[in-house]
Write a protein that binds this ligand. Structure first.
Ligand SMILES: Nc1ncnc2c1ncn2[C@@H]1O[C@H](COP(=O)(O)OP(=O)(O)O)[C@@H](O)[C@H]1O
Ligand SMILES: [Mg+2]
Length: 379
């Protein structure tokens, strides 16, 4: 889960990293009041979870509360790289002498954390890395050792940052570890005219698998407001659902099987509408929630339920589907493939129910072909 800049700013502040005073506003009037409380002159910043806001016109100076209100009116509702701006952050302007870049990122391919730092901050680091790779230091971090004062000093030296930036590097590592983040980035970290080191922009990605132990993000209802609404509803019910842009709804048990099902559906010339893993048990409740989630997607033309009874037995899954058919108003055809433990009994349960919109397939390929055909027919 990516955090907004204002959320990242609060984490930085709580970990002792200097940040400008700031306030969040969702309307021009609120922006005016916030500017007043911040002393008049402010920077008005679009809150969207994407970079390059400055270039897109989403970061603007305002000389007084009245112009902060006007500027907020311009920025609120803007579209930045497909993200609608619903909030702005108003921050005290800082007199910038130099802009740096610092981040820690989990490099999954290499299996290490990387400290990435540069004395050429402000613009996007990919651009600096492309044009002047020698200006970007990349230093592996051993997670067992972490970044202590000596490690932070070493990173600062390697990146030609002033020594005063080292404590920020050590604190930023604490943000990563204590907040279960897989990415923490400050761009720019600046040196001010009064020689303070201040974090002016932040990006934090929290590991979704650790949300349960991060009190602030633990509740499944805490889904950011610009997340796809179907996805938000499914996640709130505890489902592992990802919205895709096709027409064939896909429900399966086990992430591997669902991934394979997406591939097979695509191989049949149709596009999957979603990824939905109902997990090992596949109870009636989960099946009903899953069907509801998938059928509520207007793009879905048919649903392919692909279940392999490995730990679960297929008759229990079939019972789940039958019970789900009682509670969910099914309006689109369902293709169901059951295989594995007790497959014959499971198929018999479904056959006995004889729902007019449910048809069974003997194999995964056959089921995917039929679902693709139904989607094409546009039933
Ligand atoms: N509080 C601030 N005071 C002064 N300048 C700022 C402030 N916040 C941002 N800026 C300037 O605006 C630029 C872009 O803002 P930033 O928050 O990094 O957005 P983005 O990276 O999305 O473009 C920064 O590099 C900095 O030069
Ligand atoms: Mg930035």
């Amino acid at each position: 889960m990516d955090l907004y800049e204002y959320e990242a700013r609060e984490l930085f502040r709580d970990h002792g990293i200097a940040v400008p005073d700031a306030a969040v506003a969702a309307s021009p009037r609120e922006a005016r009041a916030a500017a007043e409380s911040l002393g008049g002159r402010v920077v008005v910043k679009a809150q969207v979870r994407t970079g390059g806001r400055g270039r897109a016109g989403g970061v603007k100076f305002a000389a007084d509360p009245a112009s902060a209100e006007l500027t907020a009116r311009q920025i609120l509702g803007m579209d930045i790289k497909g993200h609608a701006v619903r909030k702005v952050m108003l921050a005290q302007p800082v007199d910038i002498q130099a802009e740096f870049y610092i981040s820690y990122v989990l490099d999954c391919a290499a299996g290490v954390f990387l400290a990435i730092a540069s004395a050429e901050g402000g613009t996007e680091i990919e651009e600096v890395a492309a044009s002047r790779p020698e200006a970007v230091a990349r230093i592996p971090v051993d997670p067992r050792r972490g970044v202590d004062a000596a490690g932070a000093a070493e990173i600062a030296r390697a990146a030609h940052l002033p020594p005063e930036a080292a404590p920020v590097l050590a604190r930023l590592w604490q943000v990563l570890v204590q907040r279960d983040a897989v990415l923490v980035e400050v761009n720019p970290l600046v040196r001010t005219a009064s020689d303070r080191i201040v974090a002016l922009d932040g990006k934090v990605t929290v590991d979704d698998n650790a949300r349960f132990r991060q009190a602030r993000w633990a509740s499944p209802e805490v889904v950011h407001d610009d997340v796809d609404p179907l996805e938000a509803a499914a996640v709130a019910k505890g489902l592992t659902y990802v919205k895709l842009d096709g027409e064939v709804g896909v429900i399966g048990n086990g992430a591997g099987l669902v991934m394979a099902t997406l591939d097979v559906v695509a191989g049949c010339g149709a596009r999957p509408a979603n990824f939905l893993d109902i997990g090992g048990g596949a109870s009636a409740r989960v099946m009903a929630d899953g069907l509801t989630a998938v059928l509520s997607d207007p793009a879905v033309k048919c649903v392919f339920v692909n279940v392999f009874g490995g730990i679960a037995s297929c008759d229990a899954v079939a019972d789940g589907i039958v019970q789900a058919l009682e509670s969910v108003h099914v309006t689109k055809p369902l293709v169901v493939r059951l295989d594995g433990n007790d497959a014959a009994r499971g198929r018999a349960v479904l056959a006995a129910r004889a729902h007019p919109l449910v048809q069974q397939a003997a194999t995964m390929d056959g089921g995917a072909r039929r679902a693709a055909r139904l989607a094409r027919r546009g039933v």
